[in-house]
Design a protein around this ligand. Structure first.
Ligand code: AMP
Ligand code: GLY
Length: 422
């Protein structure tokens, strides 16, 4: 089978690494990919949001499976675009329909869905400019911190957590006034949940589901979880506090009711569901749904999955997903992300990266990289993920940290304390 993978990050490098291990994978194309994905297949200079260009690439390369890495094409309706086109109908799109993608694309949609399914999540209200007064009153009735969420996709910046009610009111007004454009024309205000977060992933055909390894990511730029939020500075799998008891609650209170809700609403969902969860006194709550895999969680989740990923995807379209048994690599995995100096603020691109070929005992998943005159150079904030295995995540982390000194580029920054709170 020929596969087209959309995206260009460390997540997509990991998909490419994993899928090309499958005997079912003939040719792999990545659009647009990065300098690292070229070792697994052919990069195509296509914007994943340009559906017509994606269509042309699919037809000219006889692609059988379209794997969508990031959320934007899904929320924009790439699944529906393929379904609506006679020449593309036969292609298996791994990812939910436009409507089902609202689980990530609209916080209000996700909250209403969870309420309907009685899935544990923070209490909330939703507000627009029309009922601003109600929103202000809602804030008054809360105990800070106040959690404000732009309803739509806001490039990961749409959540504000404020200690002060007056500040929260000012921010609510600014959001409804277009602070995040259309994405914040509706705002969800949520009860603040105190606990430790973790990430759960399933692959589903909307009827059956298979559980992938549990992971935890580290989003803050600074060690000890300080400083600004980033796209992710590292990840580990498994997660020590997620024991069988907690996982049973996740399955019965969250995953199964989510699948039931998808069926009840008649949503078309054939892809990954990423449950962003928080453990509050040994009870799991949903912080958010994503309609794709996580980054940098994928960089530790797929290395711990022994199954053939392409076979799982194929079964998904054939309705035989339930016939698989997920096989885990019992070792722990830890990923450390090398980032550009200044990230997540302003940073420079185009720095020459050295030492990748000298890495031993780790997997290197490139993210923000590109090729220039035969050299690999930086091309984004998050540049490279270094994933290692160990008996414990600490052992794995020590290897990744060691290799983080082997790869070099001007301004390189990374956290040495991934998993510090476990
Ligand atoms: P989201 O985009 O919904 O995942 O929110 C971004 C981050 O904000 C989450 O990863 C949490 O760290 C934090 N957050 C979101 N909602 C809440 C909440 N209700 N209580 C506490 N923290 C939250
Ligand atoms: N690691 C969080 C995300 O992918 O959204």
């Amino acid at each position: 089978m020929n596969i087209l993978l959309l995206g260009s990050g460390g997540r997509e490098s990991t998909f490419a690494w994993k899928m090309t291990q499958s005997s079912l994978c003939d040719q792999l194309f990545i659009a647009p990919g990065n300098a690292g994905t070229q070792q697994y297949g052919t990069n195509l200079a296509i914007n994943p949001l340009d559906f017509e260009a994606v269509k042309e690439a699919v037809l000219s390369n006889q692609v059988n499976i379209l794997v969508v890495g990031p959320e934007a094409p899904l929320v924009e309706g790439i699944y529906d675009f393929f379904q609506a086109d006679e020449s593309l109908k036969h292609v298996q799109v791994v990812g939910p329909s436009k409507e089902a993608s609202q689980l990530e694309g609209s916080k209000a949609f996700a909250k209403a869905f969870m309420k309907e399914q009685d899935i544990p999540t923070a209490a909330y209200g939703e507000f627009t400019a029309e009922n601003l007064a109600d929103g202000l009153a809602y804030i008054d009735a809360q105990t800070p911190p106040i959690v404000l969420k732009a309803d739509g996709l806001a490039a990961g910046k749409g959540v504000l957590i404020l200690e002060d009610k007056e500040e929260a009111k000012t921010e609510l007004k600014a959001m409804l006034d277009g602070k995040f454009g259309d994405a914040s024309s509706k705002v969800v205000i949520e009860q603040f949940l105190s606990g430790i977060e973790f990430s759960v992933f399933v692959l589903t055909d909307g009827k059956d589901w298979q559980l992938l390894p549990v992971a935890k990511d580290y989003k803050r730029i600074g060690e000890g979880d300080t400083g600004l939020n980033t796209g992710g500075m590292g990840s580990i799998s498994p997660v020590s506090f997620v024991d069988d008891t907690l996982m049973d609650k996740v399955k019965t209170q969250i995953i199964q009711p989510t699948i039931d809700g998808i069926q009840k609403r008649g949503l078309v969902y054939k892809g990954f569901i990423f449950f962003g969860l928080i453990n509050v006194d040994n009870n799991p709550y949903v912080i958010e749904y994503n309609c794709r895999m996580g980054d940098p969680e994928t960089e530790v989740v797929f290395p711990r999955l022994n199954n053939d990923l392409v076979a799982l995807m194929k079964s998904m379209s054939e309705g035989t997903l339930d016939q698989h048994q997920i096989e885990l690599d019992e070792r722990a995995a830890a990923a450390v992300i090398l980032v550009s100096g200044g990230y997540p603020g302003k940073y420079e691109k185009g720095k020459v990266i050295t030492g990748i070929e000298n890495v031993k005992d780790s997997l290197v998943f490139q993210a923000g990289t590109t090729l220039s005159e035969g050299q690999v150079i930086t091309n984004g904030g998050r540049v490279i993920a270094i994933t290692s295995y160990g008996k414990t995540f600490k052992e794995a982390l020590a290897i990744s940290n060691q290799n983080a000194t082997v790869i070099d580029f001007e301004g390189k920054n990374y956290r040495r304390d991934i998993g510090f709170d476990l």
